[in-house]
Design a protein around this ligand. Structure first.
Ligand code: PLP
Length: 376
């Protein structure tokens, strides 16, 4: 493999890293969704070259090479694309655009926490529909969606692939979601930030299902999960329905633009990042399988449905009957920082999300610490 995916604690643990500086030195951090691997060399090279061009404003509508690459990739017109300082900005802007205060916004839970804060912080009403556990994967509960939708529901927020369960929704599942959205005349925002991190194939873009679905959908995308560049903040909202993007632009006016370096980074990721991405996916598949074997052998009480995408494992630790939330217990007693279940929705006290984009050594140490804390 030409690229290095080594993890040296002396390199990754520094004060500029939220992941490695949030907790005390004796804590192993497997929480926030950054990978512990170095940035792809072609991206680093492109950033170096960009610095020679100075750091004045880049074109206000986005650098042409990036805009062209993104519109081609998503098959949308220039007017159907809006660059964002990050994908979370797009979640907030879409909630503000497609529902008025007091109106309802539906999301599945568990869910990446800013889905819920985007609804609550803007005084919209959340309708949170729990996923259900199937034989070997989490599934959408269509009956529950039907039972909770009301005439005041305006927007459906979809996470595809899904954080934290790592589900890549199948075409059949997405078609049922689309049919539901059309039937209830909902707008859909589909956060597809993890699309390039599909480990087993099968990713289907929601807006690709049909023209009438695309016309009601805004897709959010960005490079930061697949290319490990979250510190450079950038994302985009795209839609075949340019009127939706025009509305979002008005709502998001004044909230800032992505930096010149972020635009260079994303363009390099699209045009030169493929070989690195292929390799990192191989590493992540191996880490997922390593973790699954380890959990099965050392922590059989934990339920762990292997993710089909992302580098996140949604651990169900309810069988351990821990005295506090799973995340709080493991932080205090095992000195391992995971994302605590309740941040992903109500009644997930016994769950925690583990980020496995690190070395086998770190994963093995984390699981041993957890086993020791539980057995002591
Ligand atoms: C589904 C999802 N959306 C958005 C984000 C954050 O995106 P950004 O950092 O571009 O705001 C994350 C980060 O993990 C995520 O998992």
């Amino acid at each position: 493999m030409p690229f290095s995916f080594d993890v040296e604690e002396s390199v990754v643990r520094h004060p500029a890293s939220a992941k490695w500086s949030m907790f005390a030195e004796d804590v192993l951090p497997l929480w926030v969704a950054d990978m512990d691997f170095p940035v792809a060399p072609p991206i680093v090279e492109a950033l170096r070259r960009r610095l020679d061009l100075g750091l004045g404003y880049s074109p206000f509508e986005g650098e042409k090479t990036l805009v062209d690459a993104l519109t081609a990739r998503h098959g949308v017109a220039r007017e159907g694309l809006m660059l964002l300082p990050g994908v979370v900005s797009g979640l907030y802007a879409s909630v503000r655009t497609f529902a008025s205060p007091g109106e309802e916004v539906m999301s599945h839970v568990p869910i990446y926490p800013p889905f819920m804060s985007a609804i609550r912080d803007t005084d919209r009403a959340p309708i949170l529909v729990p996923l259900v556990e199937g034989a070997n994967r989490y599934e959408i509960d269509f009956d529950a969606m039907q039972a909770s939708v009301t005439p005041a529901t305006r927007l459906l927020m979809l996470c595809n692939p899904h954080n934290p369960t790592g589900r890549t929704w199948t075409r059949e599942e997405l078609e049922r979601v689309a049919e539901f959205a059309l039937r209830h005349r909902l707008w859909v925002v589909s956060d597809e930030l993890h699309a390039d991190l599909t480990l087993d194939g099968g990713f289907v873009a929601f807006a690709s299902l049909a023209a009438e679905v695309a016309a009601r959908t805004v897709t959010l995308t960005g490079p930061c999960k697949a290319f490990n560049t979250a510190g450079l903040g950038i994302g985009a909202a795209v839609s075949s329905n340019a009127a939706l993007i025009a509305r979002m632009k008005k709502v998001a006016a004044g909230t800032g633009h992505p930096s010149a370096l972020a635009q260079t980074m994303w363009h390099a990721a699209i045009t030169e990042g493929e070989p690195w991405l292929r390799d990192v996916l191989n590493v992540l598949r191996a880490r997922r399988d390593f973790l699954a074997d380890l959990v099965r052998a050392r922590l059989p009480e934990a339920r762990f449905l292997a993710p089909q995408a992302t580098y996140l494992a949604w651990l169900d630790l309810r069988a351990l009957n821990l005295p506090t939330t799973a995340g709080a217990f493991l932080l205090e007693r095992a000195k391992v920082a995971l994302n605590d279940g309740p941040t992903f929705g109500p009644s997930y006290e016994g769950f925690a999300r583990l980020n496995f984009a690190t070395s086998e050594a770190v994963l093995a140490e984390a699981i041993e610490r957890i086993v020791r804390a539980i057995r002591s």
